[in-house]
Write a protein that binds this ligand. Structure first.
Ligand SMILES: C[C@@](CO)(OP(=O)(O)O)[C@H](O)COP(=O)(O)OP(=O)(O)OC[C@H]1O[C@@H](n2ccc(N)nc2=O)[C@H](O)[C@@H]1O
Ligand SMILES: Nc1ncnc2c1ncn2[C@@H]1O[C@H](COP(=O)(O)OP(=O)(O)O)[C@@H](O)[C@H]1O
Length: 294
């Protein structure tokens, strides 16, 4: 029986993020195209005698019950009355509270790891349902890829395509609360909603430029109005050679898209030279899966 497991947990971006309705419970109905990218954390799982112990190299995440890894482990231990305990080492690369689902992808990996280590034989569908109890982005993270997400983001339809996109991610040195951004969104005022059909068409036809220009995120208006510096950052990324700038999720990470890898390398070098060292600047690309078991 396996005692140890190492998993690579990849971040996500939203090629389309539209909000269509506010529910009475405060959650929002969305229409999103979620996309895995190859920016990842590494998680190492070891069976221990008892308890849930977390270790991390990051100073930005909790190591107790507030950690999404802890919550995911606790959920399965309680639900299935599992014997023993687990130790998880979290090596963090994905910026925290950045609109990249770093916590959600860590939680998804924890569900997958415990499913394997305790031989629970839960299906992807069952893992996704459990994930929805932890957060709206967790079900997507169980498999990742390129997926149409509706409902509150937990109803998933894989698009069976993988756009090959090169991008440079810029994460400013402040974090954004997803809850606050959704709460500040005013759906009554006239705002132009993203064109989902146009994006699906472009993805199916694999037309890179059409995909890049169809990208849109309704939450941009809210986050950018709160953080003026994001407007300057968007302009800088465009000036330095990006074809398009998109905000990831509720922000504040900004994504500069280019037509190929060489252009992304150039953009990364230019932005690194222009931005203070507190800004994370990282070239990355889209991928076809969310979690990799090593
Ligand atoms: C905006 C998105 C886009 O992928 O991602 P991030 O920016 O967080 O990465 C998601 O919708 C975020 O998903 P996630 O971060 O998992 O959300 P949760 O933990 O479930 O919820 C945090 C808070 O966001 C609000 N929320 C979240 C999802 C949703 N469909 N409607 C909401 O109103 C709620 O106020 C909730 O209390
Ligand atoms: N394992 C984890 N990794 C990252 N953040 C975590 C984790 N566990 C709990 N959190 C908390 O979850 C919140 C959201 O973080 P994250 O998932 O990185 O961002 P986002 O929701 O913007 O994609 C943060 O407040 C962070 O402290």
């Amino acid at each position: 029986m396996v005692q140890d497991l190492a998993l690579t947990t990849q971040a996500k971006i939203n090629l389309i993020l539209d909000v269509v309705n506010r529910r009475v419970d405060g959650y929002h109905e969305v229409e999103m195209i979620m996309q895995s990218i190859d920016l990842a954390d590494e998680l190492y799982f070891t069976k221990i005698e008892e308890g849930i112990i977390l270790e991390t190299d990051s100073t930005k995440i909790p190591t107790g019950p507030q950690n999404l890894v802890y919550k995911a482990a606790n959920l399965l231990f309680n639900k299935y009355n599992l014997a023993g305990g687990i130790k998880v080492k979290i090596s963090k690369t994905i910026p925290v509270a950045a609109g990249l689902a770093g916590g959600s992808t860590n939680a998804a990996a924890t569900l997958i790891a415990i499913n394997k280590l305790w031989e629970l034989n839960l299906t992807v569908h069952e893992l996704r349902s459990l994930g929805a109890e932890l957060g709206a982005d967790v079900p997507f993270c169980i498999k990742g890829g390129t997926v149409l997400a509706t409902g509150i983001g937990t109803e998933l339809e894989p698009l069976k395509v993988t756009p090959r996109l090169d991008l440079v991610l810029v994460n400013p040195p402040f974090s954004v609360s997803t809850a606050e951004i959704y709460q500040s969104l005013d759906l009554e005022t006239a705002i132009k909603h993203p064109n989902l059909d146009e994006m699906i068409q472009a993805l199916k036809e694999e037309k890179k430029l059409d995909i890049i220009f169809a990208m849109d995120n309704l939450l941009t208006h809210v986050t950018m109005n709160r953080y003026e510096e994001l407007k300057k950052l968007e302009n800088l990324i465009l000036e330095q050679g990006a074809k398009k700038v998109l905000m990831s999720g509720s922000g504040p990470t900004m994504l500069g898209f280019t037509m190929n890898k060489a252009a992304a390398e150039k953009l990364e070098a230019r932005l690194r030279a222009k931005l203070p060292k507190e800004y994370v600047v990282k070239r990355t690309k889209t991928t076809s899966q969310g979690i990799i078991i090593k």
